[in-house]
Design a protein around this ligand. Structure first.
Ligand SMILES: NC(=O)c1ccc[n+]([C@@H]2O[C@H](COP(=O)([O-])OP(=O)(O)OC[C@H]3O[C@@H](n4cnc5c(N)ncnc54)[C@H](O)[C@@H]3O)[C@@H](O)[C@H]2O)c1
Length: 347
């Protein structure tokens, strides 16, 4: 039995508790949060035997094999490294760190201790992206030339996930002082991983980030609303293809929409995860002239949670690992540099 602990028992922690409870041979034995009452309530809801507000104490007292780090972004590196130094395997939430340099300290720490390390780039749970990766690498689309991808959220307009003015789990995402790197760090990281897993690495970027006015003075209590909330990226991939990647919290009418179109010299594929995680459409061969599309059902993919547990069992570290998390972070660093300089930069 693999014993797990969740650190940070806020919004996403519930999904981890549910996912891991479905995997045989593992058990969540502890929950830890700086907010003692939240940790206790979470542990009670998910029947987790031990609740902590002190990570050091938990690592000392509890028999744990692995830690799931579900704290806000700025705590990913310090908490993961503390767990790694205690010899624990770590599944860390995305973005892996605040920047590439910090992500690399995590890569090195995990390597030196020889622990399993993965980052929850959760759109890898979509079967469609694995099929896209396979179709593109097998040459089915010919040479990839054009890519168009977007990840649209609308919680600055919609209150479906709560009101950002009163829900701290949303408000901290708008404030750099609270460790947010904006929509780019929050969901841009997903889109860059998703697209580059299918198409290949990103060579250069030209990015434009914007923070729209949300309230007068851009201050809400302790929060200064200065983190970017829309990011447009024009990218050139290592194989020479060009692409546009867009992420926003102003995608009115779209709660959480991830879309990808990849066009090559012999065919194209497209997917919309709002419609399906395990289907994509393809246009190749005779379908190219009328511009027809066929739907493909993609083989099921094990979840990142299942792959993390399997990695611990087998000792073979599955993807996406910390190194991959750092590589994606490097693209984001280039986006910030490009926006600051107002020109295209190399990754
Ligand atoms: N992979 C995904 O698709 C996905 C989805 C949502 C959130 N996330 C990521 O998960 C992380 C958490 O997001 P959330 O929405 O759950 O935020 P949240 O604010 O709801 O929860 C974070 C929790 O961490 C606790 N915390 C803060 N500092 C801590 C510390 N030093 N030690 C222990 N606990 C601490 C907070 O008290 C809070 O309960 C973020 O990094 C976010 O980017 C990933």
């Amino acid at each position: 039995m693999i014993h797990l602990a969740i650190v940070g028992t806020g919004g996403i922690a519930g999904s981890h508790a549910t996912s891991f409870s479905k995997i045989p041979g593992c058990k969540i034995v502890a929950g830890c949060d700086v907010d003692e009452a939240r940790a206790a309530a979470f542990c009670s809801t998910h029947s987790i035997p031990r609740s902590y507000s002190n990570l050091e104490l938990m690592l000392k007292e509890c028999r744990i094999d692995a830690v799931i780090n579900a704290t806000p972004d700025r705590f990913h590196a310090p908490i993961s490294i503390q767990a790694i130094r205690a010899g624990k395997h770590v599944l860390c939430e995305k973005p892996l760190a605040m920047n590439y340099a910090e992500a690399m300290t995590m890569v090195k720490a995990a390597k030196s201790k020889g622990v399993i390390n993965m980052v929850n780039l959760s759109y890898r749970n979509a079967a469609a992206i694995h099929k896209a990766h396979q179709l593109i690498s097998s040459g089915k689309l010919g040479t990839v030339v054009h890519v168009d991808a977007s990840y649209l959220q609308s919680w600055l307009v919609s209150t479906e996930w709560g009101d950002w003015r009163t829900k701290p789990a949303l408000t901290w995402r708008l404030s750099t002082r609270h460790g947010s790197t904006g929509v780019l760090g929050d969901i841009g990281i997903h889109l860059v991983d998703f697209v580059s897993y299918a198409v290949g690495g990103v060579k250069t970027v030209n990015a434009h980030l914007k923070t729209f006015t949300k309230i007068k003075g851009e201050k809400l209590g302790e929060y200064t609303l200065d983190a970017n909330d829309t990011a447009l990226m024009q990218v050139e991939f290592e194989n020479g293809a060009l692409g546009t990647l867009q992420v926003t919290r102003w995608g009115t009418g779209h709660l959480n929409t991830v879309q990808l179109l990849v066009c090559g010299t012999k065919g194209a594929l497209r997917m919309n995860l709002d419609k399906s995680y395990d289907k994509l459409e393809i246009s190749t061969g005779k379908d190219l002239n009328p511009g027809k599309w066929k739907e493909i059902k993609c083989p099921k993919t094990p979840s990142i949670a299942a792959r993390f547990i399997k990695s611990i069992r087998t000792g073979i570290n599955d993807q996406p690992d910390f190194k991959r998390g750092a590589e994606v972070q490097k693209v984001l660093d280039a986006c910030f540099a490009s926006d600051a300089k107002g020109k295209r930069v190399s990754v």
